[in-house]
Design a binder for this molecule. Structure first.
Ligand SMILES: NC(=O)c1ccc[n+]([C@@H]2O[C@H](COP(=O)([O-])OP(=O)(O)OC[C@H]3O[C@@H](n4cnc5c(N)ncnc54)[C@H](OP(=O)(O)O)[C@@H]3O)[C@@H](O)[C@H]2O)c1
Length: 328
């Protein structure tokens, strides 16, 4: 059993981690920290009720792993200190997802604080990183939109089942918790309630991550903001390669994920809904046809498979625990 730390426990993903780690059979104690320094502790509201201590590196001593639930540009400053102390870092922010510091600068508008570590980070889309995760010291937990899209796409790209002369179009919708707990002009209740909008059109920060991890440099991605709290539904438009159909693409996905505990493929005629995966670490996939095109639908809970649940799945893979530990 191990001690685990959470930095940024006052935020949405930090609190979700607390919910999951409380029931994790291999985690015997937790260091629950804010990402801010100072001298005032804070008590989380019910039902958690945990005390969150101000950030201090020494409070993480004895931790085998630390989850970083911090805004971008913070993990890249903390990770070198964690690695120096022999602590495995699982970063939920975007700091270690992109392999290029130049692309990171373009997407996030700041210079990366530890670019020399980018090559060491394992991109933790767990189902596709099982060889690199055991014993990894630095895990870049994927973004929520990329998780929903890549789980639908990667098996089809890997088997060359798509006609790449047709653009892959990804139309995603997210609940407002995807933006974190701090309300903004776009995300406060008055602008979200009874409203629905596209944002980040052609320029969202997750676009370079999705392109990098899919290898599709002209992939199109448009996110939308749903008037709900949790959940992502991504609808992907693809053209199958010669000899393929919606049925054969569904078979490829079903076979690839047949033994996966957290990815399920719906039978013909059924499509996932965000309500089907709420509060779970599951990704549900559906496949249909419209003329020559195939429509892939992917649903996840952005705070679980899109963030904290996948982070726990990665912890399990790094330390050799059963992958479902703490996630059932
Ligand atoms: N929400 C999602 O669905 C999701 C999914 C995947 C990845 N992520 C990523 O995970 C990370 C955390 O996301 P979240 O949704 O948990 O965000 P959040 O709810 O906004 O929480 C952010 C955390 O960072 C702290 N923080 C914010 N600004 C800070 C500053 N200037 N200095 C020190 N600490 C600061 C907050 O502390 P205070 O409470 O003291 O403000 C809080 O603990 C982000 O990088 C996000 O992009 C989020």
């Amino acid at each position: 059993m191990i001690k685990v730390g959470i930095v940024g426990a006052t935020g949405y993903t930090g609190r979700e981690l607390l919910r999951l780690l409380r029931q994790h059979p291999e985690v015997e104690s937790l260091a629950i920290l804010s990402a801010r320094t100072g001298d005032k502790s804070e008590t989380l509201p019910p039902p958690l009720g945990d005390t969150v201590h101000p950030f201090e590196l020494d409070r993480l001593s004895g931790c085998a792993a630390v989850f970083l639930c911090t805004p971008h540009h913070m993990a890249s400053q903390l990770v070198p200190q964690l690695l120096d102390r022999g602590i495995t870092a699982i970063d939920l922010s975007a700091d270690f997802r992109l392999k290029s510091a130049t692309v990171y600068r373009q997407a996030y508008g700041v210079d990366h604080a530890s670019p020399e570590l980018l090559a060491r980070a394992v991109y933790g889309l767990t189902e596709f990183a099982r060889e690199e995760l055991p014993g990894a010291r630095l895990v870049a937990n994927p973004g929520c939109y990329p998780t929903s899209i890549l789980l639908a796409l990667k098996p089809l790209l890997n088997t060359r089942a798509l006609d790449r002369s047709f653009p892959i179009v990804c139309d995603s919708k997210s609940g407002v918790s995807g933006a974190g707990k701090q309300p903004t002009e776009t995300t406060h209740f008055g602008n979200v309630h009874e409203n629905f909008k596209a944002y980040g059109v052609g320029s969202h920060r997750h676009l370079p991550e999705i392109r990098q991890e899919s290898g599709v440099s002209d992939l199109v991605f448009t996110p939308h903001l749903l008037p709900v709290f949790r959940g992502i539904l991504s609808t992907l438009y693809v053209r199958p390669a010669a000899g393929h159909s919606a049925a054969s693409l569904r078979t490829i996905l079903a076979e690839r994920y047949a033994r996966e505990p957290f990815v399920q493929v719906c039978p013909e005629g059924q499509f996932p809904e965000t309500g089907h995966v709420l509060l779970t670490n599951r990704c549900a996939l559906g496949v249909g046809a419209c003329g020559d095109l195939v429509i892939l639908v992917s649903a996840i809970d952005n705070l679980v498979k899109g963030a904290s649940g996948q982070a726990v799945q990665n912890l399990n893979a790094v330390f050799g625990f059963p992958e479902v530990a703490g996630l059932r």
